[in-house]
Design a protein around this ligand. Structure first.
Ligand SMILES: O=C(O)c1ccccc1NCC(=O)[C@H](O)[C@H](O)COP(=O)(O)O
Length: 263
């Protein structure tokens, strides 16, 4: 099971990082942290003026596809996203399976004004403090990877530190956990994280079950205007898109096309 494998690896790495810099020490660096997290909800909610919100992902590789982009410069990609109207940028920080890096967050935060998501497999408070120290505005918590109590604890801790949380779900059980955690931003991931199978109808099944007032993010496998129009019409506020943007000849053209899909 790839999700379990990634989480095991993440935990092993964490043990090493915690020995190098304790949570206490990491926490102390927050007093001089220049990166106060910004309120991301206004960037993600669909409005009459801006019905389609895009979270564009900086993604070099993935377990399902291997290396996606050879000539990968995270800062250049993030600048391109920001310049062309991305509402938020997702930065994969997991190093082994996605070839990500926490340092990408800081580099992008320094030069790019768009809000940043730390996209990783977060199972420990330590990673939430890291997200803050390295410059994220919000984090991802994957309901499938956490128990109900664990999800709530990590959610509350992030909110306490001023970070927003995107809680990712794959089925009704995950949705129940997400609602219990108090999540206000819910991501529906079309990709099964174990089999990599895509279910592009998952939003049709889950959106009607989501309580009113939540911001809904459609995640993975989004690569055309028709999908954006369809999912927008049934209630998706925002779209998290990685691989497609990594492969298109012009991020500028594609981002503009997607942003204008419902105008
Ligand atoms: O992308 C994968 O292969 C993957 C495999 C196992 C766990 C997570 C995975 N991806 C993380 C993501 O959620 C996506 O990077 C994100 O939703 C963007 O998806 P896409 O537009 O399909 O690149």
């Amino acid at each position: 099971m790839i999700l379990d494998e990634i989480i095991e690896r993440t935990k092993l790495d964490l043990e090493i990082r915690k020995k190098e810099i304790t949570l206490d020490l990491l926490g102390r660096s927050l007093s001089s942290n220049p990166y106060a997290p910004r309120d991301v909800k206004p960037y993600l909610v669909s409005t009459k003026e801006e019905p389609v919100r895009i979270i564009a992902e900086v993604k070099k590789a993935s377990p399902s596809k291997g290396i996606i982009k050879e000539d990968f410069d995270p800062l250049v990609i993030a600048q391109e996203y920001s310049k062309n109207g991305a509402n938020a940028i997702s930065v994969l920080t997991e190093p082994h399976y996605f070839k990500g890096n926490l340092e990408y967050l800081t580099a992008i935060r320094r030069y790019v004004p768009t809000p940043l998501l730390r996209k990783d497999f977060i199972v420990d408070k330590y990673q939430i403090v890291e997200a803050l120290v390295y410059g994220a505005d919000f984090i991802l918590l994957i309901a499938k990877a956490l128990g109900t109590k664990e999800l709530k604890e990590l959610y509350d801790y992030a909110i306490h530190l001023g970070l927003e949380v995107l809680v990712e779900i794959h089925d009704k059980e995950d949705l129940t956990k997400a609602v219990k955690s108090g999540a206000t931003i819910i991501g529906i991931n079309h990709r099964n994280l174990d089999t990599f199978e895509m279910d592009m109808e998952l939003c049709d099944k889950l959106i009607p079950l989501i309580p009113n007032g939540k911001i809904i993010v459609a995640e993975s496998g989004v690569s055309n205007v028709d999908t954006i129009k369809r999912l927008s019409a049934i209630g998706a506020d925002a779209f998290l898109i990685g691989e497609h943007f990594m492969r298109v000849p012009s991020i500028e053209d594609e981002l503009k096309r997607f942003k204008n899909a419902c105008n």
